[in-house]
Ligand binder design. Structure first.
Ligand SMILES: [Zn+2]
Length: 224
């Protein structure tokens, strides 16, 4: 589904666990796309075809999966990164993640081509898509979030959800780090908060006021 400008949101609608995916269309050289968190190839419990469904949904929007030129991983949990290997192998896409996540990802057999660091990330032949990369550890040690200042879009992976946060009991998790990450992100101007999972809500949260209330609820009731 087209969300704003050339940004598309794909909310996971199956019964099993899988992530939401987001895509910047036609931003790279040759009209290639940037896909964030492609999710599972097949979900672990009910064997649902996560990647095939995403390809279908992209096709419904007129977007060809073979035109994905870059995959960005917010972090390297299987429900976010499993399909990245296929996209890299079949379509020659590059895979980008933080260095800390790439170490975890390589244990799953994954390869990261581009290390993302905190700071500005310019994408496209003329750098026309400007994103800010924030290191946002807590749910996982090298978790990144992406901010698109031009449209005030924040892609948060598993840092926060609707009225909830990512879990901190997985390897490398830290409640103190997550608290700091959330505190920092809550200071940004955000019109679209794009979460890594549906969580009693599709996870595409729109409107500054609603997003501020979501941060306030989390700070008051969950971590702070
Ligand atoms: Zn995760």
């Amino acid at each position: 589904m087209k969300l704003v400008d050339n940004l598309y949101a794909y909310v996971w609608q199956g019964e099993d666990n899988n992530c939401n995916s987001y895509l910047f269309a036609n931003v790279l050289e040759g009209g290639k796309h940037v896909l964030i968190d492609p999710g599972h190839v097949v979900t672990p419990a009910y064997r649902q075809p996560g990647w095939r469904r995403l390809v279908q949904e992209m096709e419904n929007d007129g977007l060809d999966a073979s035109a994905v030129g870059l995959v960005i991983l917010t972090h390297s949990h299987g429900d976010h990164c499993e399909a990245a290997g296929i996209i890299r192998k079949e379509y020659g896409a590059l895979v980008a993640a933080s260095e800390a996540e790439s170490r975890l990802y390589s244990r799953l057999g994954g390869v990261v081509d581009v290390f993302l660091e905190e700071g500005e990330l310019l994408l496209g032949p003329d750098g026309q898509l400007k994103l800010d990369v924030f290191l946002s550890p807590g749910h996982s040690p090298g978790h990144i979030t992406l901010y698109w200042p031009e449209r005030e879009v924040l892609i948060v992976g598993d840092v926060i959800f609707f009225l909830s946060t990512g879990r901190v009991d997985l390897p490398g998790g830290s409640a103190a780090a997550l608290k700091q990450s959330i505190d920092r992100l809550s200071k940004l101007d955000v019109e679209y908060l794009l979460c890594g999972h549906p969580h009693g809500h599709p996870g595409v949260i729109e409107g500054k006021e609603t997003i501020e209330k979501n941060f306030a609820f989390i700070k008051a009731n969950i971590l702070f």
